[in-house]
Design a protein around this ligand. Structure first.
Ligand code: BTN
Length: 266
């Protein structure tokens, strides 16, 4: 199998190593899921920073227990694992979305909590997980998984099962190459990964406060009617200082955390 991403590994390493000393950048031809692999390594006691990129995932995972189907050669799939100890974890997954959106283009918006949207279609998604390495060196490890559509799928792929990067099989996902004029997966990795490392470091020291206004500037749901997966509907009113979605319902203001529900514009 060809490995077009491999030639980008060194420049990504050079651009991240000052911020994250000791980081390694690995490119694998195929793996079940880059997030699953870094979670396994963390649970086995590895606490080094790793950027793991896969040309192909055979069992990619999405948020809320869904699968994540990505097409080899048409998507960028990678995970960043690192020791992480912010005083407050609230809003972390939103901050990751802000980082990616800012690296991509001013037109890219965020659909709470962290779907990347462009022209009403999903460009990519983010899966944030944590694991604690085994004692005696118990270290909290962060694993941030990113899946970005690079090229828009053929019409036949749009009806693919749930977990396609569209998140909704009915709407064709967008591809970053449409927005950024033919960018390749490797070029995209060089564009987003160093900024992601920098922004995670900023989150570690300043928390979501450094990202709240930046999220608001790209909030795709603000002011829209939304329906939550628990049946509630209302109007989206931005995000709280802890990154919760504020929804004005007929029973008053509700703050929704990402673990509870999914949300759709209606
Ligand atoms: C979502 O929108 O549901 C999140 C999708 C996250 C997909 C990425 S692809 C790289 C990493 N490995 C996985 O198995 N999932 C994440």
């Amino acid at each position: 199998m060809s490995r077009p991403l491999l030639s980008h590994a060194e420049s990504v390493w050079l651009a991240t190593t000052a911020e994250l000393p000791g980081i390694t950048v690995e490119v694998l031809p195929s793996i079940d899921s880059t997030n699953s692999e870094l979670m396994r390594r963390a649970r086995a006691g590895h606490h080094e920073a790793v950027l793991l990129v896969a040309e192909e995932q055979t069992a990619g995972r999405g948020r809320m227990g869904k699968g994540w189907h990505s097409r080899p050669g048409q998507s960028l799939t990678f995970s960043l694992g690192m020791p992480f100890s912010p005083p407050d974890w609230s809003g972390l997954s939103l901050a990751v979305g802000v980082s990616l959106a800012e690296s991509l283009d001013p037109q890219v918006q965020l659909k709470w909590p962290n779907d990347l949207w462009w022209q009403q279609r999903k460009l990519g998604g983010i899966l944030v997980e944590t694991a604690t390495t085994a004692a005696p060196q118990a270290t909290r490890m962060l694993v941030v998984g990113i899946g970005l559509n690079v090229n828009r799928p053929e019409a036949s792929a749009v009806a693919a099962p749930a977990g396609d990067a569209s998140g909704t099989a009915a709407v064709a996902p967008a591809g970053v190459a449409e927005l950024l004029m033919g960018i390749t997966a490797g070029e995209l990795l060089e564009r987003v990964a160093p900024a992601l490392v920098r922004d995670l470091r900023q989150f570690e020291s300043e928390g979501f406060a450094a990202f709240q206004d930046r999220f608001a500037a790209r909030d795709a749901l603000r002011g829209l009617g939304v329906r939550l997966s628990d049946g509630t509907s209302g109007q989206a009113r931005g995000v709280s200082a802890a990154g919760a979605l504020r929804v004005q319902t007929e029973n008053g203001m509700r703050e929704v955390t990402s673990a509870e529900v999914s949300v759709r514009p209606c």
